[in-house]
Ligand binder design. Structure first.
Ligand SMILES: [Zn+2]
Ligand SMILES: [Zn+2]
Length: 170
């Protein structure tokens, strides 16, 4: 299982493995930046997310233009605007609570949102971290809207629509 498909572990591949491990370990203590596609709007999130959730709902599909959205929830005090300015859009949700979305006024990428239902939390668009090593979602919601071709890992909990909990409790 050599990372580079070589014949076996060499001093070089062992070193790469160690470096990889060190990088991942250090990431946990380092803040992560989430940025829009043009780069003028950046937020900084410290610590690990309190929860990560994938959502198949049609609102998330329309918001992202993709077939699902993935949110990392951080406590509000762990998130700061590093640079740029945003515009907001507020809408209702099927939980009965509004959500306010913040997006780049230049390129339109939504970077974070404030769910009224979880007033102490900020949802951050996981794609905005542009980090394939970002931790995986623990659960998926609204799986009745899941695109038919999409198969998620068996160990990921799923809910047919609004789950009992979409994010960590306050
Ligand atoms: Zn932008
Ligand atoms: Zn959704």
């Amino acid at each position: 299982m050599g990372r580079r498909g070589g014949p076996g572990p060499t001093a070089d591949s062992l070193h790469l493995g160690l470096q990889d491990f060190t990088n991942r370990f250090q990431l946990r203590d380092m803040p992560r930046d989430a940025a829009c596609q043009c780069g003028q709007l950046v937020i900084r999130c410290s610590g690990e997310p309190a929860g990560i959730s994938l959502c198949h709902c049609l609102d998330c599909q329309r918001r992202t233009g993709s077939v699902f959205g993935v949110a990392a929830f951080f406590a509000k005090e762990k998130v700061t605007i590093a640079k740029g300015s945003s515009t907001q859009f507020r809408r209702g949700s099927d939980s009965g609570f509004d959500i306010t979305f913040h997006f780049c006024c230049v390129c339109g990428s939504t970077i974070w949102w404030e769910p009224e239902r979880l007033a102490s939390m900020v949802g951050v668009a996981v794609g905005a971290f542009a980090d394939p090593d970002f931790p995986a979602p623990k659960q998926a919601t609204w799986d009745k809207r899941q695109h038919r071709w999409l198969h998620l890992p068996d160990e990921m909990a799923s809910h047919p629509q609004s789950p009992v909990r979409t994010a960590p409790q306050e």
